[in-house]
Design a protein around this ligand. Structure first.
Ligand SMILES: [Zn+2]
Length: 243
């Protein structure tokens, strides 16, 4: 899932160094508000002399995102049999990629892998209900979901804008359950359960769909799909050309 700030505009971006850690500082306009986002990422060990060198390093470290039209996005992911060092490495690289792309969720399929695994990091400022109250205050981010399942859900539905890193620049309203219970294995190999609401519940449903080869275009209204038809066609063409 998800551009972190759907319908936002990045007005300026610079690389800053704070207490020996490297961040990308973006000045973002979202609705009528302006704010500055510091992207949290695991690049602090990089020693760089200038911004362009840093950007080259970031590009080299990040996995590339498979976009709509890449057949891997329609495949079914395969159960993870054990939490290996390779899996730790994959998760580390997926987190770097997700933060670099300003996403809040990423499934292994989106970086061309088959593991039944996704990651989510919802920032506190987006984890709010309509009264600005935190939806999931006790849940620590990021969360690594290995072999995840939804075991229960509310009858209540939420309708809201969704995006996807595999569909750059494309957003649409999608209906999702408002609350879900999920079970999964964490990166230490421990079985976990979780009760999620709001955007976190939405992200879990979105990412779990990826593992079954289902995409958010399959969940949007047919009217919306018609309005996005030419954008989707263009994206598929670009993807196929790059494969
Ligand atoms: Zn997605």
């Amino acid at each position: 899932m998800h551009s972190r700030y759907p319908h936002s505009e990045v007005q300026g971006e610079q690389v800053v160094c704070i207490k020996d850690q490297v961040f990308t500082e973006s000045c973002i306009k979202w609705g009528n508000s302006w704010f500055v986002e510091l992207s949290r990422c695991a690049f602090q060990s990089l020693e760089v002399d200038n911004t362009s060198e840093l950007h080259e390093n970031l590009a080299a470290m990040s996995l590339s995102i498979c976009t709509y039209g890449n057949p891997v996005l329609r495949e079914k992911a395969v159960e993870v049999m054990g939490v290996t060092p390779d899996l730790h490495e994959l998760v580390k690289e997926m987190l770097e990629t997700m933060y670099a792309e300003k996403g809040v969720g990423l499934a292994a399929e989106q970086v061309g892998r088959k593991e039944r695994l996704f990651i989510i990091d919802i920032p506190a400022e987006l984890d709010l209900d309509e009264n600005e109250v935190r939806e999931n205050p006790a849940i620590e981010m990021p969360i690594v979901f290995i072999n995840p399942k939804i075991t229960a859900h509310s009858e209540t539905i939420q309708t809201g804008p969704e995006g996807c890193l595999s569909f750059p620049g494309i957003y649409a309203n999608v209906e999702r359950w408002y609350e879900v219970d999920a079970e999964y294995i964490d990166l230490q190999g421990m079985p976990k359960t979780l009760h999620a609401k709001g955007l976190l519940a939405r992200a879990i449903q979105h990412e779990l769909d990826h593992l079954d080869g289902v995409l958010f275009v399959d969940r949007m209204s047919s009217v919306k799909k018609v309005t996005l038809k030419s954008k989707l066609k263009r994206l598929t063409k670009q993807t196929k050309k790059a494969l």
